[in-house]
Write a protein that binds this ligand. Sequence first.
Ligand code: COA
Length: 376
Amino acid sequence: MTIPFSTGTFPASAATDAARSPGLEGVVAADTILSEVDGARGRLILRGRAIEDLAGQMSFEAAVAFFWQGLLPLPSSGDLAAAFAEARLKAHAIAVPVMQSAGPGLGSYERMRLGLAALCRDDAAEDALTMTGAMPVLLAAAARIGRGESPIAPSVAAGSASDLLAMLTGTEPSARAVAAIDRYLVTILDHGFNASTFTARVIASTGADMGSAVLGAMGALKGPLHGGAPGPVLDMLDAIGTPERAVGWISAALARGERLMGFGHRIYRQRDPRADVLKAALGQLEAADGRVALAEVVEREATEALARHKPGRPLHTNVEFYTAVLLEAAGIDRSLFTPLFATGRVAGWCAHVAEQRATGRLIRPGARYVGPQPAG
Ligand code: COA
């Protein structure tokens, strides 16, 4: 007997158990003060404020300070910019040589994990600050090493978003590109008990250190059903090519049983509010010719096709769709989309780890055994 876990199909006897929830769908695993994902209304709230009131309204550093308040120690000034700049210097001195020492052929994401591991000191507060502040250095260095280029030293005068772009490209970034990256990092800072955050909390629930929890979360984020989707969104737009080809391409992909990247969500039954927050920033950037128009047509046609394809399951645009279009317009290579997602989400993971350590229990669900019993 085969058990196709991907669709959650189990033997009939097990399916009658009301406590069983494949994928933990609908299960409330803990209380949190951090974020609420309201799937029915299509709303995301971070510590009492709607995502629309944070992203594009404040810098990444200010948003993290707001998000961490009461859970992780903040500098007395309340401003994380200087602490993050210090973390970038530390990362350049300690983590980058470790990342350089690994052989070629390692992907950017994997190289970043090496750098992150080199920075952890088993002190939750310090590690949260160091890891969150260091991510721009790790991302830029990983990308440059992968391209056979030397990593560029950080600038303490710059903010995280600006320094990230400067270290990545070796040129002074435009104010618009910096604003887009800042907005993106705040938009994806936290999002309830998604797979990577839950992973971080599971690891933290065992009493393991902050670094282990964040590194585990990075592993969970990598998959295409979670943070690995935006690159494939661009692949899809490339394959469609022109607006006239959208309908045919989408119906052929669905007929082949493929998933359309950038659509559908476990919680949202409406459009993901983060898609609009990111789409709003596109007007300020110069996207490649026709890209936004193509994206809008694909969004409309895919939403209609998915409604026909799965009438019982509302499938709308998720955050990854306009992430892809926005980051491409900001000059980020698609291979760096998931690393950039992690760069913003580390702040969220750290807060969840702190909350889990303060209030949580060991997370240990059961499983229904459906294999054979011993003979006799
Ligand atoms: N394209 C086509 N069909 C989709 C789909 C998509 N993007 N998303 C879900 N479906 C279908 C599934 O095939 C499934 O059909 P089935 O019941 O016949 O097997 C049904 O809708 C429910 O999907 P399921 O995987 O159970 O929902 P989920 O809540 O576990 O999945 C996602 C959520 C995000 C993993 C899923 O929507 C997806 O794979 N999206 C594409 C990848 C993506 O954009 N990831 C980024 C997420 S932010």
